[in-house]
Design a protein around this ligand. Structure first.
Ligand SMILES: Nc1nc2c(c(=O)[nH]1)N(C=O)[C@@H](CNc1ccc(C(=O)N[C@@H](CCC(=O)O)C(=O)O)cc1)CN2
Ligand SMILES: Nc1ncnc2c1ncn2[C@@H]1O[C@H](COP(=O)(O)OP(=O)(O)OP(=O)(O)O)[C@@H](O)[C@H]1O
Length: 190
């Protein structure tokens, strides 16, 4: 199957998850991520404002904002294909971009080097390679980023991903069941 068909299939799988079941697993993912942030002493992080079929990030963002962590969310420039991370302060100060994605209202407070970035995606291999939504926004961005890269996913999203030249793998994969040290998997595979 090509990447486009794989994306479509995974979107359908995610959309067909029973809401109660999805919510229960998201709660586990949330607490696993919060534990990691705590144990690593992370103060600043980049994370998406989720779309309906995605892993819900609003609860995570709420919790971290209350803890005083500094949150940045992505804003895409669809012309030059670049992405930057803008400071998020409140859900009252969120607007929509031209593709209907939620973004923080304009602020000059941009930080492209938060300590951790939660990287979105549809399909992941155990060694941290990823099929995203196809813009290449994260791959381009991550080529200049050297902090901790973490992804949150359901077990159903683990599969085979054939790495391409520009693909930047993540360091850790968190599922409701386990945390996979993707970097160690890569070392094991060479
Ligand atoms: N919630 C959330 N925000 C996010 C992402 C994400 O995965 N989730 N992104 C993660 O990268 C970035 C946005 N990614 C995008 C990827 C592709 C297109 C896009 O141009 N889509 C085409 C259709 C592509 C297709 O053929 O399926 C379009 O809308 O015309 C837009 C945004 C930043 N913000
Ligand atoms: N570092 C880069 N420099 C230039 N072009 C890139 C880079 N990374 C990705 N691209 C281009 O972006 C397009 C989409 O890439 P790809 O299919 O790997 O996206 P993806 O991994 O699904 O998305 P994302 O990285 O946004 O989650 C491709 O045409 C690819 O060549």
């Amino acid at each position: 199957m090509n990447k486009k068909a794989l994306r479509k299939e995974m979107m359908a799988t995610l959309s067909s998850m029973k809401p109660a079941d999805k919510q229960e697993r998201e709660e586990i993912l949330k607490s696993r991520l919060l534990d990691l942030i705590e144990s690593q002493g992370i103060q600043s992080l980049g994370i998406v404002l989720s779309m309906p079929h995605e892993m819900d990030t609003d609860g995570i963002i709420d919790h971290l904002t209350l803890q005083g962590k500094v949150i940045y969310t992505p804003v895409c420039n669809y012309e030059n294909k670049q992405m930057e991370f803008r400071r998020f302060t409140s859900f009252d100060k969120v607007t929509k971009d031209e593709k209907n994605l939620r973004i923080p209202e304009y602020t000059e407070d941009v930080n492209n080097h938060p300590e951790m970035i939660v990287v979105p995606g549809l399909i992941y291999s155990q060694d941290g390679y990823r099929i995203g939504y196809g813009g290449g926004y994260y791959d381009r961005f991550l080529s200049h980023y050297d902090g901790l890269k973490v992804s949150l996913l359901f077990e159903e999203q683990l599969g085979e991903v054939i790495p391409e030249n520009h693909d930047i793998p993540v360091d850790l994969l968190i599922t409701p069941e386990r945390t996979i040290d993707a970097e160690a998997e890569r070392k094991r595979n060479v």
